[in-house]
Write a protein of this length. Structure first.
Length: 175
């Protein structure tokens, strides 16, 4: 994970953070499962905030930049300033308002335990962005974040991620 944070810092993406599932997997693997397995990580979400380029090409270019730095990491970079331009079409959902910051974006992620992001600054200080707090992440609670995720999407995510199987001691609050 330190290599991931160093790669993101070195890429120079504007207001870039690592968050969501990879942090949940790291914490829950250690605290509530068999340990953290980096090979089992589906993707490493990098949220960045660039209001000057809202194109989907910006996401692809950021992902490629990270891939060149660390080719074995399954990167997925997303400009949170642009989410409102594609969210409706990608998720077949209602339109969403433009976001104003990384913290505002992180607060909309699917489960409360994944509404956390971290970054490493140039002084090697770790910063944490947790607009909904750290309780569910640290206490092993899988709970739908109602800010943007419908009950149907939440149920599908629950079935796909199988938290009770992956982390037997995690408490699942069904939507």
């Amino acid at each position: 994970m330190l290599n991931v944070l160093i790669a993101v810092r070195g890429a120079g993406l504007p207001d870039a953070w690592v968050g969501a599932g990879v942090l949940r997997d790291l914490v829950w693997g250690q605290r509530y499962g068999p340990g953290f397995d980096p090979q089992a990580v589906r993707d490493v979400d990098v949220a960045f905030f660039d209001p000057h380029d809202l194109t989907r090409g910006n996401d692809a270019a950021a992902t490629e930049l990270l891939r060149r730095r660390e080719p074995l990491v399954p990167w997925e970079a997303t400009n949170q300033a642009a989410v409102h331009t594609w969210y409706e079409g990608v998720f077949d959902a209602a339109p969403v308002a433009a976001l104003n910051s990384i913290a505002e974006a992180v607060a909309t992620w699917p489960e409360t335990a994944t509404c956390v992001a971290v970054r490493l600054d140039h002084a090697d200080t770790l910063h944490v962005c947790a607009p909904l707090g750290l309780d569910d992440l640290l206490n092993g609670v899988w709970r739908r974040n109602p800010r943007r995720v419908t009950i149907e999407i939440s149920r599908a995510r629950l079935a796909r991620h199988e938290p009770s199987r992956r982390w037997p001691r995690v408490r699942v609050i069904r939507p």
